[in-house]
Design a protein around this ligand. Structure first.
Ligand SMILES: Cc1cc2nc3c(=O)[nH]c(=O)nc-3n(C[C@H](O)[C@H](O)[C@H](O)COP(=O)(O)O)c2cc1C
Length: 208
């Protein structure tokens, strides 16, 4: 299974990049493959429909689209800015949503965040969930937010607290299992869709 993993922070000493790197380590230990990306690879100008009509998609949007399609699922570790997701992430999502086929559709996603605050940036993930689900991404119900993240890591980049480490790893393994099941076992795919409350209905056709 191949996972695109990236942090939605451009900052050199980003806490979210540390968390994303830790996710990479766990996934690789559990037998998955990781395509680790830097948010700077997906940097795009502010979305402008005129620019899209005249010049097409910017390189950063093409790159994010390509990497989404090349992997089975994606994991974003995102900062929370003012109770929401960072503008650059939403802007990148807006650009990528213009490709056809639209690459978020039916792609599995896991969301995580790290913040020095007590909330760990969790509110930003609820905001991020909304455009992703709107675009048809299968956003995993369990999210992981690392509170007081500036004090939570050890020198070698692991999470100091054993209970949180276990929760982090269990969350990743559960996600990996779901992605594998959805890819290889269509019966599981149907169960997942039903779990979301979308019962097959010819009148709606969304399942297909
Ligand atoms: C513009 C801005 C808004 C922020 N708003 C929030 C916020 O709403 N909630 C929060 O927990 N932290 C907030 N922070 C603090 C960030 O969580 C903190 O800077 C964090 O380290 C950013 O993630 P990074 O380390 O991955 O770059 C904000 C920071 C900035 C620059």
């Amino acid at each position: 299974m191949r996972f695109l993993v990236f942090s939605a922070s451009l900052r050199d000493d980003s806490l979210n990049t540390r968390l994303a790197r830790l996710a990479q380590q766990v996934i690789e230990e559990k037998g998955g493959k990781v395509d680790f990306a830097d948010m700077s690879e997906f940097d795009v100008p502010s979305y402008n429909q005129d620019e899209e009509s005249n010049s097409g998609h910017p390189t950063g949007a093409e790159e994010l689209c390509r990497r989404l399609l090349a992997n089975d699922a994606f994991i974003i570790s995102s900062p929370e800015y003012n109770g929401s997701m960072p503008g650059l992430l939403k802007n990148a999502i807006d650009w990528v949503s213009r490709f056809r086929p639209q690459p978020f559709n039916e792609r599995h996603a896991l969301l995580m965040s790290a913040s020095p605050s007590m909330g760990g940036g969790n509110k930003g993930l609820w905001a991020l969930r909304m455009p992703l689900e709107h675009l048809g991404a299968r956003v995993f119900p369990d999210m992981f937010s690392l509170a007081t993240a500036h004090k939570a890591f050890t020198e070698d980049g692991t999470i100091a607290d054993a209970t949180l480490t276990k929760r982090f790893e269990d969350n990743l393994v559960a996600f990996m299992n779901l992605v594998e099941a959805a890819k290889h076992y269509p019966c599981m795919k149907k169960a997942w869709v039903e779990f979301l409350g979308e019962y097959p209905d010819p009148a709606v056709e969304r399942v297909e």
